[in-house]
Write a protein that binds this ligand. Structure first.
Ligand SMILES: Nc1ncnc2c1ncn2[C@@H]1O[C@H](COP(=O)(O)OP(=O)(O)OP(=O)(O)O)[C@@H](O)[C@H]1O
Length: 271
């Protein structure tokens, strides 16, 4: 892995170095993360995969400042992350619980901006822009319960975009929607990366999704977790659900990532 003094780390938008985290005390202490290191450059789309229970959510929580690591650090634009940074936004799988059912779509998007002290006219403008970016401009007055699962997740993405983040961190964001909606949301985030220049870090269990979306796939080992490999995905920026996935290079990358995860899972079971 790269050392903390390398030019790659210094120029990175995000750098994670030596991250370690354990849960519990004494005999029940269990190390989940051990020396996790990777970097993301501005505009990168990184996906993170690994065996079940490898500590992917723990990693996201530590690197976003929601959970204090035991060792190591995350830097965003060179500054150490100690609490959720203003220019990092998070989107989780469970959109139904993250949206407030008694608030309209636009209310859900503007509400967190209010607690950040953003003035009302600016809140409204940012919400309108964010809802337009996810194709929900005509649903602003509806309530979450009037929307499909995919639309609700679009609201959660719009709310994250309204912060004006430089990086969007997503934990299994499309795991609870049907296959067709999932494909649409995958193409939406690729489009947002291209149009808005936002950097993405997305955890997924789905290897096809990991390869389809990524510039690089970060493969984690089983707990205690390190980075086993960072697989470059040289499929070009333009992706297509049918054409890209039919390419021999895509099939080969998918097999490569699958083998790495299987080897990590077998290694984990042997420990
Ligand atoms: N708050 C906690 N206290 C104790 N153990 C925890 C806590 N949170 C997670 N763990 C344990 O840490 C390990 C890693 O959990 P984590 O949810 O980070 O993994 P994951 O890779 O995201 O899991 P999955 O593949 O199921 O999504 C698991 O064994 C889990 O039981």
């Amino acid at each position: 892995m790269t050392s903390s003094t390398s030019p790659v780390v210094e120029s990175a938008l995000l750098s994670v170095s030596g991250l370690a985290k354990s849960y519990g005390d004494g005999a029940s202490r269990r190390q989940v993360l051990a020396d996790v290191e990777f970097t993301a450059q501005a505009g990168d789309f990184l996906t993170i995969v690994g065996p079940s229970g490898a500590g992917k959510t723990t990693l996201l929580r530590c690197m976003s400042g929601l959970l204090a690591p035991d060792a190591g650090e995350t830097r965003l634009s060179g500054a150490p992350v100690a609490e959720p940074p203003a220019d990092m936004a998070l989107v989780f799988q469970d959109y139904s619980r993250s949206l407030l059912p008694w608030m309209s779509v636009v209310g859900n998007v503007t509400f967190p901006l209010r607690s950040r002290g953003v003035a009302k006219p600016e809140r409204r403008t940012r919400a309108e822009e964010a809802l337009a970016a996810v194709g929900l401009e005509s649903s602003a007055r509806l309530y979450p319960w009037q929307l499909s699962g995919g639309m609700q997740q679009r609201v959660a993405i719009a709310r994250a975009l309204a912060y004006g983040p430089r990086i969007l961190v997503m934990d299994e964001p499309f795991a609870s929607v049907d296959a067709q909606t999932r494909a649409e949301l995958e193409d939406l985030v690729l489009d947002l990366r291209d149009r808005l220049g936002v950097t993405f870090l997305l955890v997924t269990h789905d290897i096809d999704e990991a390869v389809y979306l990524a510039d690089r796939v970060v493969v984690l080992s089983g707990a205690p977790t390190t980075v086993t490999a960072v697989v470059p995905v040289d499929l070009g920026r333009k992706r297509d659900q049918v054409e890209t996935k039919a390419r021999p290079q895509f099939v080969s990358l998918r097999s490569q990532v699958y083998r790495l995860i299987r080897a990590a899972a077998e290694d984990k079971e042997a420990k």
